[in-house]
Every structure is written in C-alpha cells, then in structure tokens.
Design a protein around this ligand. Sequence first.
Ligand code: SAH
Length: 371
Amino acid sequence: MDKLSENAGLVKPEALKAEALEAPAPDLLSMGEKGLGAEIEKLGFPRYRAGQIWRQMLAGTSDFSEMTDLPLAMRQTLAERYVTGVPAIERRLISKIDGTRKYLFRCADGETIESALMEYRHGLTICVSTQVGCNMACAFCASGIGGKRRDLTAGEILGQVAAAQRDVGRRISGVVMMGIGEPLDNYDAVISFLGEITSSSNEKYGLCIGARHISLSTCGLCDKIERLAGERYEITLSISLHAADDETRRQLMPVAKRWSLDDLLSACRDYFNRTHRRISFEYTLVPGRNDSPSDAGKLAALLKRYMGARPFHVNLIPVNAVEGRFAAGSRASAARFAAGLTRLGVNATVRRTLGPDINASCGQLRRGAGE
Ligand code: SAH
C-alpha cells in the first residue's frame, strides 16, 4: 500500500467530503472544446451548448452570467460547479506614448496576474503570465518576491489572450511567455495551452496563433528544454542568460546552481539541432555586475563556442529598477554593449522600451495591488 492510500484510509468520510467542497472549481477553458462537450453532456445538457460556451469564452467572456444565450438555470448550474478560466480585468493602464496596455487580471480564486499588450509593425503581441508568482528568485526580478503561489491552468493562460483581445477589439497575432512565472516550471499546462492556441479548430472563433509567432522564455530548466525540443512546436525559445560566467550567473539566478552554463548552452545547441529554430538570448544589463566591455567579450566568445554557425540573437535589456534592489540601467550603456557584441560578430539589439510612461517592470502591478 503506498503512502497516499494508507493515509486516505485514516481520513473519515465526512472530512473527505469537506475537502472536496473546498477544492477549487475546475475551469472549462482548460478542458478543450471536445472535453467541454463531454462534460456538458454528463450534466444532461445538449452537446451543442458546449459550442456556445466555448465560443463565448474564446471571445473573452469571464462570467457565466453574461452568456445570455444559455437558459438561466444552466448558467446557474455552471456557476455553481465551474469557472470559465478567463480572468477578469481588475486594472488596465494604457500608455499615452505608444498605446501599450498593461492588464492586472483577477483569477476566479482572487489571485492576480499581469499581461502586457504591445503594438508592433506586424500586429499586436501579448506577453502572458504562466504562474502566480515565481519560485526562481532571480535577483533583479520583482515576480519572484514572495515565491510562487500557484501554477496557472492552461485555461487561465489562454484566457489572458481571450480577455485582452476582447478588451482591445482587435486580433492578437503574437504571444510571448515572458510575464510572471517560469513557463517550464508549469510544463503540462504550458504545452496544453500551446496545443489550444495553435489549433486551427479555434480559428473560426477568432483565436488561433501560429507557433512561429509564439515565444517561450525560460531561466534555463535544462531537462525541460530537452523535453520541449521533442514536442516539435515551431516556437521561438528565449533563454534568460544574463551572465557569461557561472559565478556571476549564480549570483543573479539561483537556477544556475543547478545547471551550469555548459549544461544550458549544450541544451540550446541540441534544441536548435532538433528544431532548426533560431534561439534568442536575453541579457539583462545590471550596472557594475555584467555590463563591462570584458563581459561583452566573454559573452561573444561563449555563444560562438557553443552555437558555432547556428543562428542566434542577443536581446539586451537595461535592468528595470526593482525597489530597494537595483537602480535602472541606461539605454546608452546598453547601446555600447550592443556595439561591442556586433563588432565581435554577434547579432545583438537593445530591446525597445514599450509604454515608458506605464513601465512598471513586470510583477510590480501585482505587488502594487496589495499582494
Ligand atoms: N521566467 C521566465 C520568463 C519571465 S521573465 C524567464 O526567466 O525567462 C521575462 C524576462 O524579463 C526574462 O529575461 C527576465 O530575466 C527579464 N527581467 C526580469 N526582471 C527584470 C528587470 N527588473 N529588468 C529587466 N529585465 C527583467
């Protein structure tokens, strides 16, 4: 008898019942359209109702009470047993300079997450969160303060796209998983989200994004990078590198104590060999820690050593101030660092600052909301 069933035998039936009542309500968006159909039939409703519910959830409806094409009794039954998974907009900031929108979303259990909607020449791209908080504890990142509270469900990740698309009233054509959380620490939900958002069967509902327009950013969980390569999604992998030697990286990112730069860059090389997708390396410039000309030299040598002639790109980000931890980095020094890399034959750009007037760095809106 394993430990779980042994313990379960000791729990009185009443206690089990109480626990079941307190479990969070399942979200319908995570079930997929087919799964939802089966669930709706199980409740004794006709299957076509699932199509109506699915369509409205993908259109960004977070509340069953708004689904007025369903009979009232059905809306009530659904609300008693489930949540949609589409988070509700709690706050919205819109940049007066470039129209970038930052959302503070509230999930059904009251937890809050953030997304940012950015305008590029080719269309709208949303930056989504994958967890509530984060366990990775990178020194410069506000999302890690307070640790991870829970994983988001696949539905809650998809729901951010649906809710933002409804709010802005235009099609979103790109997704980056660079919001709060470490996507590869919530692997199954992220893979199931990818399956749903790239599914052509959702195109008729206005929510289908090609894998080539999706990026996943990771602090470098090497075992999961390897697994991801086997999924064969043509997404872009972004690696949060932030240092060109193990000692500096360990100081900035605890994950580097588990995996060395050798582990990480070998995993990146293998990822490219299997997927043929260009890798993007994120490098946050922290003044006095990783931004000297000699750091640029070390970085160029490191990437060339592992990537050879394989295509890759370095994205430089002047560090955003996190209260009490780091002062903001300057764009001028980032431009100098970029020029140094370019001279050494490495493709590098300084990331454009979007919505400078609402540029609370990621994680700070949520903290400001009283978390
Ligand atoms: N956990 C994932 C995705 C979320 S972070 C990852 O680590 O990649 C998204 C990007 O923003 C990462 O490259 C992260 O290192 C960077 N970032 C976090 N805090 C920052 C700050 N204060 N200034 C600049 N970039 C930051």
